[in-house]
Design a protein around this ligand. Structure first.
Ligand code: KG4
Ligand code: ZN
Length: 339
């Protein structure tokens, strides 16, 4: 079964053809990163306009790259939420137009389900597993069952992990998106230079909080600047990153112990982080749990993961009609409850 995936929830216009949820046939992504970097973050209105300009070309190129036509496609999957509303609407409207014109089934996909499904691309991994999703918009611990149904154990109460990376990057003057740059600097820094807080670490349950950490970094930098002390960005990044990873790792360790899962997927943009990957790899070897990270190209937003998640959704017998809408806020539970 071949599914066309479309993703436009933030600042990437992406389309992909994926066979049976796992095998990539072709993928084309137009990124707006350079455009938004000038503003220090994604400007929603600008993002929507670029999606409108790019979407048809991106879909056409995906077919061209595959040497395929609409006749080869079994269904169309599109991110319908959560994300930037104007951006989502472009993808959803395009997908509805294609579905209407071709008569192919339409599948609305939850963005987080996409990030999780990314782990199955070009891989043999099968659920059940525990999944930590860490992206610019989400920090969530989920269990995923054999049918690819999700149960949320906990999530962030304020900032997402990637959001914290981007905000801290901005505090030290790094361009958007700062996550990868913080990762790079942290590699050569001293993680004990600053004692930053580990949010909610002493609290039971699987919720996260990163806004206190961001404020602590801001306060430390302001204090040093007022004293005209030199700031070593590498040490700030290393200490910040250690605080983030300590919490992610410890909460995941507890969730593994509590649920007894033997397999762990770490997905989302922040799963590209080198420090995080090495800490979770060490956690896996210490606990005997298998850890899987999606390949780097599928950690950040892409349409292959949406096509993959759309496949699992379609296998559950679920599809949408042309009344499918876009939702800036959409919980996994709400999405799963759709008939
Ligand atoms: O999954 P994604 O592309 O978009 C959302 O769904 O949010 O994640 C983007 C986020 C950004 O906050 C970016 O700074 C962060 O992932 N990110 C990283 C790294 N690469 C991307 N954060 C830390 N280290 C990285 N290497
Ligand atoms: Zn994402």
């Amino acid at each position: 079964m071949i599914i066309l995936g479309i993703e436009t929830s933030c600042d990437e216009t992406s389309a992909a053809l994926v066979r049976d949820g796992r095998e990539l046939i072709s993928e084309v992504t137009a990124t707006q990163m350079q455009i938004h970097a000038a503003f220090g973050g994604v400007v929603p209105e600008v993002a929507s306009r670029h999606h409108v300009e790019d979407i048809t070309r991106v879909v056409d190129e995906t077919f061209r790259e595959a040497g395929s036509t609409w006749q080869d496609v079994d269904a169309i999957a599109v991110t319908c939420g959560p994300g930037l509303l104007g951006s989502l609407l472009v993808g959803v409207s395009a997908a509805k137009g294609y579905a209407l014109a071709t008569g192919k089934p339409l599948i609305g996909v939850h963005h987080i389900a996409g990030h999780v499904a990314a782990a199955t691309l070009n891989s043999q991994i099968r659920p059940p597993f525990l999944c930590l999703v860490v992206s610019g918009g989400h920090t969530e611990l989920l269990t995923v069952d054999e049918q690819f149904c999700f149960t949320k154990l906990g999530g962030t109460r304020d900032d997402a992990a990637g959001e914290a990376y981007d905000k801290v990057a901005r505090l030290i003057g790094l361009a958007y998106p700062g996550g990868p740059k913080v990762d790079e600097l942290a590699h050569d820094g001293n993680q004990e230079a600053y004692a930053f807080p580990r949010g909610l670490l002493d609290e039971e349950g699987y919720d996260f909080s990163f806004s206190g950490l961001k404020s602590a970094v801001n306060n430390a930098l302001t204090k040093q600047r007022n004293r005209r002390e030199e700031i070593d960005a590498k040490d700030v990044c290393a200490s910040f990153q250690a605080a983030v990873i300590d919490v992610l790792e410890e909460k995941t360790r507890r969730a593994l112990a509590h649920t007894g899962y033997q397999r762990l997927v770490v997905a989302g943009g922040v799963a590209a982080n080198r420090g995080l990957r090495s800490r979770f790899t060490a956690l896996a070897s210490a606990t005997g749990v298998e850890v899987v990270f999606p390949p780097l190209r599928w950690c950040t937003d892409n349409a292959a993961m949406i096509a993959s998640a759309g496949y699992y959704r379609f296998q559950q017998g679920k599809e949408n009609d042309l009344s499918l809408n876009a939702y800036a806020q959409l919980s996994l539970d709400t999405w799963q409850s759709w008939a």
